[in-house]
Design a binder for this molecule. Structure first.
Ligand code: AMP
Length: 569
């Protein structure tokens, strides 16, 4: 194996790494400001056509790390589209759909097409799509082998093969299928193996099927003892649909005087600053899309404490020197420990105490544990505050504010009113009524945020399903432990609802309406998008009709709404 380590290539942009400029441009539109460490490390070798053995977990940007260079190579080769040029093998149908979607997005500027092929779906439809011709096939191993044996998936023109989440595929008992598929591919092909862990069985596969592979491990940063000791590190595990309300609530309780919230993309920065701004928080966006002038103004406002929240990407916040940051928030788990340490190093400075808050999706739990291992510091996992916690906290604040007001004096102008009323009303009732009037905060429409269940990843192997019939197993992929750890262990359908931001709809309203009316558990509700005039909600395919009927029967935020399957997709 080659021991060269390309981690140190320090080129800022994707195009500089050699990614097709048209793809690089599309990435800008997606809000990717710079490559993540695993992308910096893997892309150059993959572009050269070399095999790569990479250790990278979900959340590190691994999908783009292999997809971008392989699509660039595919775009450069003058091949007529008869059979696929890239085959990506993944453990579950959810991942197949997710990766195919990402490949489709990245490959669009080059006119490259991807197809997800997985068990449990119609064979005939997949055969028809394969016949029409695709450039990239993303497949689960069982179904891929079915197609190979029926000769409906041609391998002769394959340029590259990717094994994504290889450890998971082995854990799920796909070792034989992987061997059979790899042996059926052209010996000249390029192979990329991505895996969160590298147990000996992975090394075995690498030895048999990779040639002179470039190892990619993202370098670990050595953190000096005590460097982050004054920073309280907390993580909240919350599913994607509830991230925004969860963050708003955590900020309500923490009351940061000055906080930086880090996001992965520009788009996320813009959305978050808009949402938090709408909730009455003073938030400014800082990302690479702003002019130097705009950035300077944002920084001036933040330094002068005229805004309390700075919502930023890593790139934009680089070199930013602010002394008084009380909180650092990671809206997503950072791709690597180095970024995490760098971000949270912005709080707890100059002997002050700081707080680092991370919002993690259940599937990002492993990433969080990796960061703990690498920094040698504990990240406390906490529950998102409940509506009751929030109410108690607001009351406490109100009490403190009232006490301050009494101590500050200057009450004379109001004493006349109190005296005149005190003759007819009990003074306690009078004071309570006055408090009620100032207690303007209304938490009546706060959604309950369900606690996300985190399952620790299973270690080791298990050819559990070795004896079972292949088709049946492939069809059951959504029920595997791997799938159960993902946010959404079911096949989803998107519903369109005729009420959106203009009607004051929030995710909690939709969850409430669907959970109450259709009897769904909140955890069965997937991604929720709220646009100005409408919203979309992902629900399990099997429950879609129940949900449609129930939402039609009931009301959302007191209003009758229209609901149907989303036709825009
Ligand atoms: P993955 O590790 O492939 O599951 O990717 C995790 C998330 O990071 C996905 O939502 C990607 O869209 C996002 N992502 C990947 N690369 C970048 C990048 N260079 N900048 C910002 N976001 C990224």
């Amino acid at each position: 194996m080659d021991t060269s380590d390309s981690t140190h290539v320090d080129t800022g942009s994707f195009a500089a790494l050699g990614i097709d400029p048209r793809i690089a441009e599309a990435l800008q539109a997606l809000g990717y400001e710079e490559p993540t460490p695993v992308q910096r490390a893997a892309i150059p070798s993959l572009l050269e056509g070399r095999d790569v053995l990479a250790q990278a977990a979900t959340g590190t940007g691994k999908t783009a790390a292999f997809a971008l260079p392989l699509l660039t190579r595919l775009g450069a080769s003058s091949r007529a589209r008869t059979a696929p040029g890239v085959l990506i093998l993944v453990p579950t149908r959810e991942l197949a759909m997710q990766v195919a979607e990402a490949v489709h997005r990245y490959g669009k500027p080059l006119g490259l097409h991807a197809l997800a092929v997985y068990g449990g779906a119609s064979m005939e439809q997949q055969v028809r799509a394969l016949r029409r011709g695709v450039d990239v096939v993303v497949a689960t191993p069982g179904r891929a082998l079915d197609h190979i044996r029926r000769e409906t998936l041609q391998l002769a023109t394959l340029q590259s093969v990717v094994l994504d989440e290889a450890d998971e595929m082995l854990d799920m008992g796909f070792a034989e299928e992987l061997e059979a598929i790899l042996s059926a591919t052209p010996p000249t092909r390029q192979t990329a193996l991505f895996s969160a862990t590298l147990p000996p069985r992975i090394a075995g596969i690498a030895q048999r099927h990779l040639r002179n592979a470039v190892p990619v491990t993202v370098e670990r940063e050595v953190v000096a003892d005590g460097e982050t000791a004054r920073v309280r590190q907390v993580a909240y595990v919350v599913s994607r649909a509830f991230k925004m309300p969860a963050l708003a609530r955590v900020l309500d309780i923490e009351q940061p005087t000055s906080a930086i919230v880090f996001c992965r993309t520009r788009t996320e920065v813009d959305e978050l600053s808009e949402t938090l701004g709408a909730r009455g928080l003073r938030a400014d966006a800082l990302h690479g899309g702003l002019s130097q002038d705009q950035r300077d103004r944002v920084m001036q406002r933040f330094r002068a404490k005229r805004v309390e929240l700075l919502i930023a990407t890593d790139v934009a916040a680089r070199g930013l020197d602010v002394k008084h940051v009380s909180h650092v928030v990671n809206f997503d788990v950072p791709a690597d420990a180095e970024t995490y340490v760098h971000r949270i190093g912005r709080t707890g400075r100059a002997g002050r105490e700081g707080v680092a808050i991370t919002l993690a999706e259940p599937r990002e739990h492993r990433l969080l544990r990796n960061i703990e291992r690498q920094t040698g510091q504990r990240i406390e996992v906490s529950q998102v505050p409940t509506v009751a916690d929030l109410r108690a906290h607001r009351r406490e604040l109100l009490r403190a504010t009232l006490r301050e007001a009494v101590l500050a004096g200057g009450l004379e102008p109001f004493q006349g009113i109190v005296e005149s009323l005190a003759t007819e009303i009990d003074i306690m009732d009078l004071a309570a009524a006055a408090v009620k009037l100032v207690a303007t905060q209304d938490d009546g429409d706060e959604p309950e945020i369900p606690g996300a269940v985190v399952r620790e990843p299973r270690e080791g192997s298990g050819a559990r399903e070795g004896g079972r019939e292949r088709g049946a197993r492939d069809g059951r992929e959504a029920r595997t432990p791997r799938a159960a750890r993902r946010d959404q262990p079911w096949s989803a359908v998107t519903l369109w609802i005729s009420a959106g931001r203009k009607l004051g709809i929030r995710p909690g309203d939709l969850v409430g309406a669907i959970a109450n009316e259709a009897g769904l558990d909140a955890s069965e509700i997937g991604s929720i998008q709220i646009a100005d005039g409408f919203s979309t909600v992902e629900v399990p395919e099997a429950r879609a009709e129940d949900v449609i009927a129930a939402v039609k029967r009931g009301k959302v935020k007191g209003k009758k709404v229209q609901v149907r399957r989303d036709r825009r997709r």
